[in-house]
Design a protein around this ligand. Structure first.
Ligand SMILES: Nc1ncnc2c1ncn2[C@@H]1O[C@H](COP(=O)(O)OP(=O)(O)OP(=O)(O)O)[C@@H](O)[C@H]1O
Ligand SMILES: [Mg+2]
Length: 596
């Protein structure tokens, strides 16, 4: 029993300290926030004058005014109050907007900077849709907190305190009656908060789940259709939605219970106070104006109590959201982003060595993928990696790109551990034409110059020509300005690959990695692109992954991979003649009837 009591308390404290950490994002704008709070207090105070004025008017009308006021002076006071109130409210909103808009822009930028510098395996463990919702809706909630929720919460507390203080001063006896119902509401609000906090977190998670289904199926819409899986996906989505509805309705149930509770207590209290108050007026212990003022204050106090619960839970659910934001912000990135572009370029020769490299992917740490890889490429040499699908070829180049950390062993560049180089500078000496080319939404030109944003048009054109891409590009009406991606045209696999090759050519790297770079080309284009690649590879250290052995016959060294081991190495000539060799049997299969 005790444990149960303790738990939520701990959680709240932890969440509070988390929220405290997020405050660093609004700290630069704290003067706006403080200014906003001051204006908020002024406007709340002004609002609290209205009930009093109402009471005064009733007393003037019934000839009971204690302060000698008349309707004309009341009208003047009202006019002044309105003007001041208007001005104060205007600047209050502006001030809070400064804090929330600028502060949250900082949060978003920080999040994005973190996300983009996080290591690849982070994205294998977290789905993009979920990360997107953090950067959009969780931050939105936080923004709401600083622009509205927090201010409203404080305003309600202010109204509550001032209202109660006034009525106790003005009508002590009647106030006692009112304050009896108070503890009920507070206790109720606390219980409500606990329930709703849990439920609304769960609801948020469920909502993210449903979005993931939509995102995955729409992203892979071709696959869905190819397998005629529309019904399956629809049912999957439907199930998630039903779960969401169930949780949302549970949430609604507790809200409903709370409203009912508030209404009963509140209206019961109001009726009783009316009855009691009119009796006091009847026997002359109170003026009618005082009763009217009291009742209006009471309405204010009741209203603020009612909304406090809502704001309270909103604040708590926002704090829940910051937990997910902090998770990202506190993960270590691979590098620090610096906006000044002068990263020290490193001057390397380009000899590479893998020494006894062992590796398993962080997401599947129980499954060794590379089991003691040794290989070396001298400056300007070409090596090829061949082997069955899944044998670890792409993994080797990903490790060379420093996308993952080794379990053991070492990879060197010019004899120096690659970990010792500045990551950005290190990656900039390598170009990769990957197995699956991803182009960004934008023009062809922007995509080619992705690794060298300041390249001239001429350089871009030459790169495209060398990659044998110029011909198809110039056939588009807009040429290099043709938009590709979601809002533009769609390129074929071979066209994408040639753009990627042009990108690599333009980069002029020391080290070139080709992961099945010609796999999506027909044999004629392949020949042309192969020629381009041969030119490109000259004088550069190159690692070529190829299924078609015809493209690698003249490399300096071929490594045959099997299941994470290198089982054979040598030149095409060495390996092709071996009896029962892994390479020779592959070669036999491929070259049969090809006469290469
Ligand atoms: N991101 C990843 N997370 C977990 N396991 C992975 C990941 N990428 C690859 N693997 C696993 O590592 C092994 C080697 O994969 P790799 O991509 O290196 O093979 P490959 O030789 O390039 O194959 P292919 O010729 O089909 O491209 C495979 O068993 C694969 O399932
Ligand atoms: Mg591969």
């Amino acid at each position: 029993m005790k444990e149960k009591e303790e738990k939520p308390k701990k959680l709240t404290r932890a969440q509070l300290s988390e929220a405290w950490k997020m405050l660093k994002f609004v700290r630069p704008y704290r003067w706006y926030f403080i200014g906003g709070l001051i204006l908020l207090s002024i406007s709340s105070l002004l609002v609290m004058v209205f009930p009093w004025l109402t009471g005064q008017m009733a007393d003037i009308a019934t000839g009971n005014s204690k302060y000698g006021l008349d309707f004309q002076s009341i009208a003047k006071i009202l006019l002044v109050l309105l003007v001041v109130q208007g001005l104060v409210s205007y600047f209050r909103v502006i001030f809070f907007a400064q804090v929330s808009e600028r502060g949250m822009a900082d949060v978003r930028k920080n999040l994005y900077q973190k996300l983009i510098t996080l290591p690849v395996f982070f994205f294998e463990e977290n789905r993009v849709g979920d990360l997107m919702s953090r950067i959009s809706s969780d931050v939105d909630q936080l923004q709401q907190l600083f622009s509205v929720t927090l201010a409203e919460f404080l305003r309600q507390i202010f109204i509550l305190v001032v209202g109660i203080a006034y009525v106790i001063y003005a009508a002590p006896r009647l106030s006692v009656v009112m304050l009896v119902s108070f503890p009920f509401i507070v206790v109720g609000a606390v219980f409500f908060g606990r329930f709703v906090r849990k439920l609304s977190k769960k609801r948020q998670e469920e909502l993210a789940e449903t979005n993931i289904v939509v995102e995955e199926s729409l992203q892979g819409i071709r696959t869905v259709k190819a397998f005629a899986n529309e019904v399956f996906e629809f049912v999957r989505y439907g199930e998630k939605i039903s779960k969401l509805v169930k949780i949302s309705l549970d949430l609604a149930k507790y809200r409903a219970l709370f409203s009912t509770f508030i209404i009963v207590v509140l209206f019961g209290g109001i009726f009783f106070i009316l009855w009691y108050g009119f009796r006091m007026v009847d026997n002359g212990t109170m003026t009618i104006g005082e009763l009217i003022a009291f009742i209006t204050y009471m309405a204010f106090i009741g209203g603020s109590l009612g909304s406090l619960g809502t704001f309270y839970t909103q604040i708590l659910s926002t704090l829940g959201g910051t937990e997910r934001l902090r998770e990202i912000l506190e993960t270590d990135g691979e590098m620090n982003l610096t906006l000044d572009q002068d990263i020290e370029a490193i001057d390397v020769q380009g000899s590479i060595q893998f020494k006894d490299v062992h590796f398993s992917y962080p997401s599947r740490s129980d499954l060794p993928v590379l089991k003691g890889i040794n290989l070396s490429v001298n400056t300007g040499e070409k090596i090829a990696l061949v082997g069955q699908s899944g044998s670890g070829k792409s993994t080797i180049v990903q490790l060379l790109m420093r996308l993952y950390r080794l379990n053991s062993g070492i990879i060197t560049l010019d004899g120096k551990d690659i970990q010792e180089f500045d990551l950005t500078a290190f990656r900039s000496v390598i170009s990769i034409v990957p197995q699956e080319v991803l182009l960004f939404g934008g023009s062809i030109k922007e995509n080619i110059s992705y690794g060298k944003p300041y390249a001239s048009d001429e350089e871009i054109r030459i790169a495209a020509e060398q990659a044998n891409a110029y011909e198809f590009i110039s056939r588009f009406p807009d040429g290099f300005e043709t938009l590709i991606g979601e809002r533009g045209i769609k390129l074929s696999g071979g066209q994408k690959q040639r753009i990627a090759i042009a990108r690599a050519i333009l980069n002029d790297p020391k080290i070139l990695i080709l992961d099945e770079a010609t796999s999506s080309l027909d044999s004629e284009s392949e020949k042309l692109v192969q020629d381009a690649l041969n030119t490109l590879m000259k004088g550069r250290t190159s690692i070529i992954i190829a299924h078609r052995l015809s493209t690698i016959v003249d490399v300096d060294q071929i490594y045959v991979l099997e299941n994470g081991h290198i089982v054979e190495q040598g030149t095409h000539r060495d390996l092709a003649d071996r009896e029962d060799g892994a390479y020779s049997s592959l070669a036999k299969l491929q070259f049969q009837g090809n006469n290469v």
